[in-house]
Every structure is written in structure tokens, then in C-alpha cells.
Design a protein around this ligand. Sequence first.
Ligand SMILES: *[C@@H]1O[C@H](CO)[C@@H](O)[C@H](O)[C@H]1NC(C)=O
Ligand SMILES: *[C@@H]1O[C@H](CO)[C@@H](O)[C@H](O)[C@H]1NC(C)=O
Length: 264
Amino acid sequence: MVLASLIFAFLLISELGTDKALSQVAPNAVCSCQEAYTFEDGTTTVVLQLPKTSTTVSTGNQSLSELEQNNQKQAQMLSSQGLLLMQQAKQIQQIELELQDLKLSISKPPADCQDVLVSGNSPISDSQITASSMWDSNHGPAHSRLYANMDQHRVGSWSARINDNNQWLQFDFGHVRKLTAILTKGRNQFAQFVKTYQIHYGNNTLLMKDYRDGTGSVKIFQGNIDLDNIHENVLNPPVYARYLRIKPLTWFMHISMRADVLGC
Ligand SMILES: *[C@@H]1O[C@H](CO)[C@@H](O)[C@H](O)[C@H]1NC(C)=O
Ligand SMILES: *[C@@H]1O[C@H](CO)[C@@H](O)[C@H](O)[C@H]1NC(C)=O
């Protein structure tokens, strides 16, 4: 068994193919090749080319069928090498996809952490909603719940006693929460709404921080332009705090609003 053969494999990886299969194809003209095989599995094709070997068959009485068997063994070896290379190519593709996902998840806010913290499934109590002032007890901060509408007992929003830049509406979540978005609405049935606002947050109401944008300036959020549509502002990055305060900066007719906070 002295079949001296040197095997070189030229690998071409491309995005082609439909079926996982090993098939013999015409050798590429570039490499005056003797044999070529492709392996396909739907997304990846690996082409193996076997250049012409020195077919110096040894003297002796090696039969033709032995030579054929040798060739078959080599083809099988190439086949398993090809499948291995294809698996490696797929692993690299998979890693690239995971990296892409990671990049996206860094720039996007998390899709989870969207619990409705003020009036959702585990609502905070009315006493955990406070404000700088109120028009009267029918316009108190507890009326700021997002779903509050006007009925014979009360109005459909919190309304400040006076309209100036020192007013705020505050939520106490009871403990530190991750806050990911702010939802606001205007006043139900009366044309009053907050057009822009800033937010303060913290774990202690005496040490509240301004939410700032990437450049370090106090972030000014766009608020509402009508009475009953929810306007959402995503907090990117999110904040970790027990208290969140919404501080109206500009308003239409009167400082009146309903609000909620998303987080977990
Ligand atoms: C050829 O085969 C025969 C029988 O298998 C063996 O005896 C002989 O040594 C072989 N000749 C050579 C040159 O290998
Ligand atoms: C509030 O406390 C949490 C946990 O101790 C901390 O991670 C977070 O940064 C604090 N938030 C502020 C605004 O200081």
C-alpha cells in the first residue's frame, strides 16, 4: 500500500445551497484539480478541491480495486473534514449573530421591565402619590392615575393650585425600582395638559437628582398635545430609585396631568 499522495484542500465558503449533502462537482479551473466535492446544508457551502496527485503507483501487484478503495477512503476523509469545517463556519456565524444581538440590546432599552408601577397589577396606594399643591381635594394627586376620568365625584386629573415652575407630582414606589419609561395624559374633558417636563428621582426626597441627557444637560421631555392620548418617554438609560417626581415646565391652560411609570 504505497500510494504516495499529497492532498491539498482549497476551501471556498459561500452562502449557497439547499440540502445537506455531499456531492461531487466539476473541479475549479483555477486549480487543475482532479476531484472536487461540495457540502451543503441550506446556508453554507464548503467546496473541497483535491489537486492532481502524483499518481506514481508503486510497482508490485496492487490491484485496481485496491486503488479505487484508496480513493474512496480519501473522499470519505475529505467529506468528514468538510463537514467539520462547515460546522466551524456555522459556529462563527452564530457568534456573529450573538454579537449583533448584544450590540442591539446595548442601544435599546430592555423589552422586559415594563410593569405598570403606579396603577398596574400591584398598584401603589393613593398616599404614595403626592404633589406640590392641588387646586382642591377633588383635583388631588390621587386623581393623576392614568385611567382616572371625570365622574360626578371628581375630575379626571391632578391639577396644581398655581401655575408656575415649582410644581411637581411624585410617586413613591415603596422601595428601589428600575424605572424604564414615563407615561402621561392630559386632563379628561378639560383642555388642560402639560407640554414639557423634567424629572427628578432618588431614594430620599431630600436628595433628588435631575435626570440628564448624554451631554449632561437636564433632560426636557416632550409631554402631551391633547387630553386623553398617552405620551410615552423611554428612560434610556433607566434609573434605579424609590421616588420619581414629574416637574412640569410648560403647559396648556393649566398644570393638569395624569401619569404612570413603567419599570420593575
Ligand atoms: C504479489 O502478490 C503475491 C500474492 O499476494 C505476493 O506473494 C507477492 O509477493 C506480491 N508481489 C509483490 C511485488 O508485492
Ligand atoms: C438607590 O439605591 C439603589 C440601591 O441601593 C442604588 O443602586 C441607586 O443608585 C440609588 N439611586 C439613587 C438615585 O441614588
